[in-house]
Design a protein around this ligand. Sequence first.
Ligand code: KIV
Length: 260
Amino acid sequence: MTTVQDLQSMAGSEHITMLTAYDALTATIADEAGIDVLLVGDSMGNAILGYDDTLPVTVEDVASRTSAVARGAEDALVVADMPFLSFGTDRGESVTNAGRMLKKEGANAVKIESGPHTVDLTEHLSNLGIPVMAHVGLTPQSVNQTGYTQQGNDAEQAAEIVEMARAHEDAGAFACVLEHIPANLASHITEELTMPTIGIGAGPDCDGQVLVVTDATGMSDWTPPFAEAFGNVREEMADAIADYAEAVEDGQFPTEEHSH
Ligand code: KIV
């Protein structure tokens, strides 16, 4: 079983692999492939639930998907992503929502999109025994303020991102996602901080990398320019489904072999 401490000791010596997963089947496949961390990302909103962005994703959505992923994973660390407005408004509610992911759903840690309002919360949750993964740079829950554009490409913004990451490390975050920032900024943050950095669209110098599973497997109909499809699952699945439909329509399936 991969632990938060394992990830911390991998930083600087071994690349950490993180992938999103939203169901037990995918979690088992990714776990058997040796993925270190399974993130039950709120990217489920656009990746599989048919929303335009992550904002409609609810605590219930993440909770039920987290328990499925935890059932499917044996070795990987399971991280539940706290959805929009499930944290940072009321402290008691934030603790209840984050605590539920560990207490009831089987997560080992939570991820929280970082902002000035999450520094104290990160400290509080960490003190309560809830490991927190921070997330700086592009934070998709702020899409209405920032869009999906690269963050940190002027000196002032870059300094703010470094400070945000540092404040969360000081508050007890055990790792930090760096999303869609210039590679040299991600490299600088990785050197400056002790906690492992996990990049997405942040260049090769982070301690680890994360991708959305539907992008990595070639299942999405669109992938961001910084992602890579390592397979063509969408085409394979479409072909298999079309072949099945054709076989039924033509009376080729089922055959005697399938009939008992
Ligand atoms: O929700 C998600 O999948 C994420 C990753 C892309 C880091 O936040």
